[in-house]
Design a protein around this ligand. Structure first.
Ligand SMILES: [Zn+2]
Length: 82
């Protein structure tokens, strides 16, 4: 997992569950806190939810489902940070 820094105050999930391992290359940061799970794809990918670069769900299962829909992104922010 390419963890550069935790972007929020949540606890970093450093040991990826097995089901997430094949998505390792697109996960930059994965944390959880009292509001749920926060997954940040690496630059160059976005959540299928239009314009969203963050996956925020209540459960790991929902995060995994959303992660399956992550798509390549060429927005200005991604291009500038690749
Ligand atoms: Zn983007």
């Amino acid at each position: 997992m390419k963890v550069f820094k935790s972007k929020d105050s949540g606890r970093l999930i450093s040991a990826l569950p097995t089901a997430f391992k094949k998505y390792d290359a697109v996960i930059e940061d994965f944390t959880h806190d009292e509001d749920g799970y926060w997954l940040y794809p690496v630059y160059g990918f976005y959540n299928s939810c239009p314009g969203s670069h963050i996956i925020h769900e209540d459960t790991m299962k929902e995060v995994l489902a959303a992660l399956k829909d992550v798509k390549p992104c060429n927005c200005k922010e991604c291009e500038a940070n690749k």
